[in-house]
Write a protein that binds this ligand. Structure first.
Ligand SMILES: Cc1cc2nc3c(=O)[nH]c(=O)nc-3n(C[C@H](O)[C@H](O)[C@H](O)COP(=O)(O)OP(=O)(O)OC[C@H]3O[C@@H](n4cnc5c(N)ncnc54)[C@H](O)[C@@H]3O)c2cc1C
Length: 404
C-alpha cells in the first residue's frame, strides 16, 4: 500500500524553518511597517535575512541558488508564506516571478537563462507576465491582438495590455503576442517574447486601481518595440502552450498561499468567537457559529488534500490539468467563504480597517478571476468529466482519484 500521509522529515524541517521565519520575522515586521512605514527598506532587509537563513528561492534548483524543493514540499512552504502578506516575496517565490522562473528554467535558451533567470533567482531584478488585454477576453488568449511583425532579424511589437502584475519596477516582461494570425489551430498563433522594460516604446500607462487598492497591476502600451529573434521564448507559435505550462504549477502555487490565508482567517474567526461574550456565554457556544467553523474546517481539509494530490501529480510528471482546475476553483472559493465568515463573526470590527479581515476579503475576491475565472475552470472540469464518460463509460478518472 503506497499511500502514506506521513510527511518526510526534510519537509517537516523546512516547514518548521519557514513557519518560524514567518512568525518571528515577517509577521512582526509587517505590523511594524503598517504602523510606522518603511516597507521598501524593511522588505529588502527581510529578504537578506531570509537568504542568510538559507530560505531563498525554495522552488529553484540549488545550481541557481535555490533550495531545490519540488511541488509537494512547496505546498507546505507556500502555505506558510500565505499566512503573511509579503512572505512569498521575502523568500523570492511570489507571483509572477515564481511562475516566470519555472518558465525560464524549462523553456529558455542557455543565453536567456544567463541574462534573465540568474538575476531573477538572485533577487536582483523582478519580472512580469504580459498576456491579458483590455479589448479582448482574457479567458480566450487566442484572441490576443498585440502583434509581433517580423522585420529582418527583429520583431516589432505593437499592442495594449493590462493587469500586468508587478510591471512597475520589473526589469523584463514575458510578453505574449500574435506572430502567426492565420495559423491553425488558433493556439499556434501566439509567441512569447522576453522584452526589457526599458525598451523604447514600452510604456507603463498606469497602475490600475482595484478594489484592493493599487497592487502594481499595470496597463501597458507597446508602441513599435523592437526585439531580436533571440528574444523569442520557447519557440515561435508556442506562446499558448507556454502560457498553459506556466499556469498549471503557478495556479497551484496560488492555491497553496490561499490555504495559508484561509487558515489565518479561520483562526481569527475562532479566536474572536471564543472571546466575544454575549447572553452569558461566548459566540463560540452558538451552534450557528460552530457550523461556520465546521464548514470551514471541512472545506480546508478538502482543499489541502486536493492541492497535495495535484502537487504530487506535477512532481511525478503525471497529467494534472483536471486536478489543478478542481483545486484552483475549490481553493479560490473557500478562501472567499472562510474570510467572509470571519468578517461576519467579527461584526462591525470585521468590516472596519481596525482588523485585517476587510483587506483579506478584498484581496480574496481576485482569486476567483486570476489564472482562469471560475467559469473557465468549471467548463474545463466538465469537459474532462464528459470525455472520461465517453471513453470509459464512467467518470472515475475525471474526479481526482480513481478510488472505486
Ligand atoms: C489581481 C489580478 C492580477 C492579474 N495579473 C495578471 C498578470 O500578471 N498578467 C496577465 O496577463 N493577466 C493578469 N490578470 C488578468 C487575468 O488573467 C484575467 O482577468 C483573466 O484571465 C480573465 O480575463 P478578463 O478579465 O479579460 O475577463 P473575460 O475573459 O472578459 O471574462 C469575464 C467573465 O466572463 C466569464 N467567463 C469567461 N469565460 C467563460 C466561459 N467559458 N463560460 C462562462 N463564463 C465565462 C467569467 O465569469 C469571467 O470572469 C490579472 C487579473 C487580476 C484581477
Amino acid at each position: 500500500m503506497a499511500i502514506d500521509f506521513t510527511l518526510p522529515p526534510d519537509v517537516v524541517r523546512v516547514r518548521e524553518r519557514v513557519r518560524d521565519f514567518m512568525r518571528n520575522e515577517v509577521a512582526p515586521a509587517e505590523a511594524r511597517f503598517a504602523r510606522d512605514g518603511g516597507w521598501r527598506k524593511g522588505l529588502a532587509e527581510l529578504r537578506e535575512r531570509a537568504r542568510a537563513a538559507g530560505l531563498w528561492a525554495p522552488h529553484m534548483p540549488p545550481e541557481y541558488g535555490g533550495m531545490g524543493l519540488g511541488p509537494l514540499a512547496m505546498a507546505f512552504v507556500s502555505a506558510e508564506c500565505g499566512r503573511t502578506m509579503m512572505g512569498a516575496y521575502v523568500l523570492n517565490c511570489h507571483a509572477p516571478d515564481e511562475g516566470n522562473m519555472h518558465t525560464l528554467l524549462h523553456h529558455a535558451t542557455e543565453e536567456q537563462k544567463a541574462r534573465y533567470l540568474r538575476p531573477l533567482v538572485d533577487g536582483k531584478v523582478r519580472s512580469c507576465f504580459a498576456m491579458t488585454e483590455p479589448e479582448v477576453a482574457g479567458s480566450d488568449p487566442t484572441g490576443i491582438r498585440t502583434a509581433a511583425v517580423k522585420d529582418g532579424d527583429h520583431w516589432v511589437l505593437d499592442g495594449h495590455k493590462w493587469f500586468i502584475s508587478g510591471a512597475r519596477g520589473a526589469a523584463f516582461a514575458i510578453v505574449i503576442a500574435k506572430t502567426d494570425p492565420d495559423a491553425q489551430p488558433p493556439q499556434a498563433r501566439n509567441t512569447a517574447f522576453l522584452v526589457d522594460m526599458d525598451a523604447s516604446g514600452f510604456i507603463i500607462v498606469r497602475d490600475v486601481e482595484t478594489m484592493a487598492g493599487h497592487g502594481n497591476h499595470c496597463e501597458i502600451r507597446l508602441e513599435g518595440v523592437r526585439v531580436p529573434d533571440s528574444a523569442i521564448l520557447g519557440g515561435r507559435g508556442q506562446g499558448h502552450r507556454l502560457g498553459q505550462a506556466r499556469l498549471g504549477p503557478a495556479r497551484l502555487a496560488h492555491c497553496m498561499r490561499w490555504i495559508g490565508s484561509a487558515e489565518t482567517a479561520l483562526e481569527l474567526l475562532v479566536g474572536r468567537a471564543l472571546s466575544r461574550e454575549l447572553h452569558g456565554g461566548v459566540l463560540a457556544d452558538k451552534q450557528l457559529i460552530q457550523a461556520m467553523m465546521a464548514e470551514s474546517a471541512m472545506e480546508l481539509y478538502a482543499a489541502k488534500l486536493m492541492v497535495l494530490h495535484a502537487a504530487y501529480l506535477i512532481e511525478k510528471g503525471l497529467p494534472f490539468r483536471q486536478e489543478v482546475s478542481i483545486a484552483k476553483h475549490h481553493v479560490a472559493n473557500i478562501l472567499w467563504r472562510i474570510t467572509d465568515r470571519a468578517v461576519q463573526v467579527h461584526g462591525a470590527l470585521g468590516y472596519s480597517t481596525d482588523a485585517p479581515l476587510e483587506r483579506m476579503l478584498r484581496h480574496a475576491r481576485s482569486a476567483r478571476l486570476v489564472d482562469g475565472a471560475d467559469e473557465v475552470h468549471l467548463g474545463q472540469i466538465a469537459a474532462h468529466v464528459i470525455e472520461a464518460f465517453r471513453a470509459d463509460g464512467t467518470t472515475r478518472r475525471a474526479t481526482g482519484l480513481d478510488l472505486l
